[in-house]
Write a protein that binds this ligand. Structure first.
Ligand code: ZN
Ligand code: ZN
Length: 340
């Protein structure tokens, strides 16, 4: 017997409307979650026309556990993000290595379980794919950490970023403002790349040791001339066109650019010879494995890393307002919708 519940879905005409979701019986390994908070991520704008229940930055409380779930209890605060499940088979190298995000049978937001998103009242997941929220992280902060926090944290483990490294961040929005905080607490030398210097003090407060303005009145280049000032890693959370050649010029030998945001344009470069001669790399990273999620939550709790959030009650009007401001780039830095 299923439960029907209130849920906000994207529509074919690009709007978000109140609708109905449904969860069926809770299986032996499942947990049923009553959602309390959900973030609005720019990636959601790419999924509006799929008709799924929106939001992949989810936080709520467990209201029912399956017979075989022993590590979670009713009342626990948990979150989940982009990946809902992976095959777990021994025939899958990705799963055997813990790389849930690379499993070819992974069930992910917008493609599977279309009734289960943070803007619905309930969601049902395999208990092994939800993340228990540590004490000290408020639910309105835990929600954006499920995508934005996890996405910016994962490369620090995946690409072995060390405290001796110099890290630059492109795109100081929902992801980027967390990347500055994580890189700073990780011990790196941190720079924020920005079009103008109007928010320099804010970026420094978030953890940037330096702010590099990329659009200059005199037309001069922002690329550091001194090798010492160049970067070991540049994390890009920009969701629009980036002048990649300029940023490739900003890398030290063996330096890497890591695109993180869902950008639907092309990646083009004229720096092929430099990629060879300086052994530079470009390596994408999309969301996080369960291990990376767990370590991210522990790290954020320990270092008091919090997304800057604007919390609104989850209503049709507030969602439309939040979506409009998100599309105009007017959010500092994340909208979180609270279930009422
Ligand atoms: Zn996201
Ligand atoms: Zn698999």
């Amino acid at each position: 017997m299923g439960i029907k519940f209130k849920a906000f879905r994207g529509q074919h005409d690009g709007t978000i409307r109140e609708s109905v979701g449904c969860v069926d019986d809770v299986g032996d390994k499942d947990v049923l979650i009553k959602m309390t908070h959900a973030g609005l991520c720019f990636t959601d704008t790419h999924y509006i026309e799929t008709g799924c229940v929106l939001s992949h930055e989810n936080c709520g409380k467990i209201v029912e556990t399956g017979r075989k779930v022993s590590h979670l209890r009713v009342g626990d605060t948990v979150g989940f993000g982009f990946v809902h499940n992976a095959c777990g088979k021994t025939s899958c190298d990705a799963c055997l290595q813990g790389n849930d995000t690379l499993c070819s049978e992974a069930r992910v937001y917008g493609e599977a379980d279309l009734d289960w998103g943070g803007f619905g009242e309930y969601a049902k997941l395999d208990g092994d794919f939800v993340h228990k929220i540590p004490d000290g992280i408020a639910p309105e902060h835990a929600a954006p950490l499920q995508c934005a926090g996890a996405t910016v944290f994962a490369p620090f483990l995946k690409f072995d970023i060390k405290p001796i490294h110099r890290v630059g961040v492109i795109g100081i929005g929902g992801l980027g403002h967390l990347a500055l905080q994580v890189a700073h607490k990780w011990g790196c030398s941190v720079a924020a790349f920005t079009l103008s210097d109007s928010r320099s003090e804010e970026y420094k407060a978030l953890g940037a040791h330096e702010v590099i303005v990329t659009q200059r009145a005199d037309g001069s280049s922002f690329v550091p001339q001194d090798e010492e000032d160049k970067f070991d890693f540049i994390l890009s959370s920009a969701s629009s066109h980036v002048p990649w050649d300029d940023y490739l010029d900003c890398l030290k030998p063996r330096g890497q650019i890591i695109p993180l945001a869902n950008f639907l344009g092309k990646f083009e470069t004229n720096r092929y010879p430099a990629l060879l001669a300086r052994e530079n790399k470009v390596g994408g990273s999309l969301c996080a494995t369960r291990y990376e999620q767990k370590k991210m939550l522990q790290f954020c709790a320990r270092h008091d890393i919090k997304p800057a959030v604007e919390v609104l009650d989850l209503t049709q009007d507030n969602l439309n307002h939040a979506l409009e401001r998100l599309k105009k780039g007017q959010v500092r830095y994340r909208f979180v919708l609270r279930h009422v």
